[in-house]
Design a protein around this ligand. Structure first.
Ligand SMILES: Cc1cc2nc3c(=O)[nH]c(=O)nc-3n(C[C@H](O)[C@H](O)[C@H](O)COP(=O)(O)OP(=O)(O)OC[C@H]3O[C@@H](n4cnc5c(N)ncnc54)[C@H](O)[C@@H]3O)c2cc1C
Length: 372
């Protein structure tokens, strides 16, 4: 989010920008630990609009931003096993189609044909969008960062934000581990750590971290029992998902028993729980060895929608965070929208109220249901 915002600020003519990162490299937070999934299939119209714009930029990323991002549009397949979810997805499809997205409702047999090795027992329907896919999160971050840098943005790694100065109610400086930067505008793009940056200005930024795992198997040859394409398959009821990743299969699942924490330690007990569900949908995983495993943090808001915009109580304090497990793919549009809000006071062609920090004070609204 930080790299995309910096890039889009330069597109709006602002070059006096410093991107601060406390780690030795960019994309070592949630962005470097995610599954790379990119989809149109959200339940909220606002998220669908973020997807449409973001996917258009990802499709022309190498020519426009100047970096290869290994984008494969082999589609997203959602497997649905109960009538009420199927009804929800039918409604979602109608909304998505109104926005010009081509999404199909499939039978279990049609789903099986798309993903070799899939056991569709209990599945009563599926949805498929062929323009969804998988891209390289590190590539997207580096592309935005390098293009921003060439346009004049300074990138300071190993530089931790430690405080934010406020005078007469507005931002005046950012304190870092390497000194103070005078500024009247700061962007909080700290992902799962956004709430701690909020606390520096006594602002409640309601974003909670949740550990999520990813496992990649040792090589599994494509064939009748394992997909060759990079199609992303999601068993919606359990949230188990998988896609081909090089010679192996990448898979993960959320754990409803997991409490909020900043833990990044891999839980091998969770792998046992996950495997019991996983082999019900992709039986070949029963015999697979694990080549890589890691954990990263989802950055959840109460309604699973992001916060994009200025905090109304603190002029100059902007937030772009809380993407609730689907932020990598929305970084192109979100960065464009925030950059315009900073430079012009509003974003072109986008209704941003849905993303305001203030919505949490106004009680519950529609939430994003397609969180995996
Ligand atoms: C297992 C897993 C799978 C996922 N799968 C997908 C997927 O398929 N598709 C998708 O779109 N999304 C996915 N996500 C979600 C996605 O990774 C996040 O929504 C997205 O990366 C958030 O980006 P961000 O820039 O807000 O946060 P981050 O990438 O975490 O960036 C925040 C940065 O701020 C830095 N920082 C924090 N505090 C400070 C400080 N005090 N000073 C300086 N720097 C600081 C951090 O080091 C970090 O680099 C997944 C996430 C996980 C964990």
């Amino acid at each position: 989010m930080g790299a995309s915002t910096a890039y889009h600020l330069t597109k709006n003519g602002v070059r006096d920008v410093i991107l601060l990162e406390r780690e030795p490299m960019l994309a070592m937070g949630s962005t470097g630990r995610n599954a790379g999934g990119v989809r149109h299939q959200f339940s909220s119209e606002a998220n669908v609009k973020l997807s449409i714009e973001s996917i258009q930029l990802l499709e022309r990323f190498s020519s426009e931003v100047g970096y290869e991002i290994d984008f494969h549009q082999d589609g997203y397949l959602f497997l649905l096993s109960n009538e009420s979810t199927l009804a929800d997805f039918r409604r979602n499809i109608e909304m998505q189609r109104r926005h010009g997205i081509v999404v199909d409702l499939l039978t279990p047999e049609e789903a099986r044909q798309l993903a070799h090795g899939l056991d569709s027992q209990g599945v009563i329907g599926a949805t498929f969008c062929a323009r969804d896919g998988i891209a390289d999160p590190n590539g997207v971050t580096m592309g935005f960062a390098k293009a921003a840098q060439s346009a004049g943005v300074e990138i300071c790694r190993e530089t931790e934000v430690t405080g934010i100065d406020i005078k007469s109610g507005r931002v005046t400086a950012v304190e870092t581990s390497r000194g103070t930067i005078s500024t009247n505008i700061v962007v909080n793009a700290a992902g799962p750590h956004a709430s701690s940056i909020g606390r520096m200005v006594d602002l409640d930024v309601p974003i909670s971290p949740y550990r999520r795992h990813i496992f990649i198997t040792e090589p599994i040859a494509p064939g009748p029992n394992a997909p060759a394409s990079r199609i992303m398959v999601i068993d919606f009821e359990t949230t188990f998902y998988f896609h081909r990743e090089g010679a192996g299969i990448l898979f993960g699942m959320s754990d409803p028993d997991e409490a909020s924490s900043y833990s990044l330690t891999v839980s091998w007990e969770f792998l046992e729980k996950l495997t019991r569900t996983a082999i019900g949908r992709l039986p070949i995983l029963a015999d697979a060895g694990i080549a890589h495993a890691w954990a990263g943090l989802y950055e959840m808001t109460k309604d699973a929608m992001p916060i994009i915009g200025e905090a109304s109580d603190i002029p100059g304090f902007f937030i772009i965070a809380g993407f609730s497990g689907h932020g990598f793919q929305h970084s192109p549009a979100a960065g464009r929208i925030l950059a315009e809000m900073i430079v012009r006071g509003e974003a072109r062609d986008f209704e941003v109220d849905r993303f305001s920090l203030e919505r949490f004070r106004q009680g519950s609204q529609e939430h994003e249901a397609n969180v995996v």
